[in-house]
Design a protein around this ligand. Sequence first.
Ligand code: PEP
Ligand code: MN
Length: 333
Amino acid sequence: MLVVMKQQATPEQIDAVVADIEKKGCTARPIPGGERVAIGVLHNKGALEASHFLALPGVKEAIPVTKPYKLVSREFKPEETIIKIGDVVIGGGHFNMIAGPCAVESEQQAITIARAVRSSGAHMFRGGAFKPRTSPYSFQGLGEEGLKILSKVREETGLPVVTEALDHEVFDIVEEYADVVQIGARNMQNYTLLRRAGRSKKPVLLKRGLSATIEEWLMAAEYILEGGNSEVILCERGVRTFAHHSRNTLDLSAILVVCKESHLPVIVDPSHATGRRDQVIPMSRAAVAAGVHGLMVEVHHAPDEALSDGPQSLYPEQFDSLCTQIESIRKAF
Ligand code: PEP
Ligand code: MN
């Protein structure tokens, strides 16, 4: 249930509605934004009667929310969520390019790539320090050393950094170094990790699970908002299908549905979605045409020598060209 107060409702009337909700054993959650004052009712055991709330002084509307996700929904909050990370603004009419290698391999590698992507117009730098790898024999990331390198990249280039917290154990340290904490596809339904992210002061980039429905994805985001962190960026990174012509299948129509259902910003990762360098630029163009708030792209100056995901990493010149192409597409729309 969403209780919308009248424009002229007094603070006492608002407090009385909150107290009434809590007396029922539910949680009252003020919904930020816009002109209106709205209070979300969470944790109700059964259905609530709209008429009960409508009878309280100062209440304009009591809207039953039918969807299982509440805080992430447009029903609760119609205005788009805007997230500020230093000078970078994500969401609404803003568009952001996040770029960098799959994994941080060395200081020199990270700085070289960061300088290149920044000069092409990237707004943030990505790079994994803790890597979720299918094989325990593959490069697992530099760990804390990788995080320190990311700090140097930020100092050197001014770019905020996005990096993954692979589990609950490393969340604290990742949060300390990162500007945005990524939760990877394999962890989308790791509920203890989602709860930890909900207590974080840092924005969270939540990737869609390998075979997650949109509802499951939004429910995962709901965990983070329910925990108190309203700064979540959703990232579509392709889902697993029967197709072998690409690593995953980029689900472009999911973007449209998620943007309709949720106020959270949505970006696309064309690199993991396709797994192939020759598909990354065309699918990025398609995602931008579909209306995403940003892209997260893997770039490597020497992809043949990359310790992970070389075949899907763009060369810096290709990334530069992509940025120019995206500009024209955005202008055209
Ligand atoms: C990544 O972005 O480095 C990554 C591992 O992606 P995903 O979780 O989408 O597979
Ligand atoms: Mn990767």
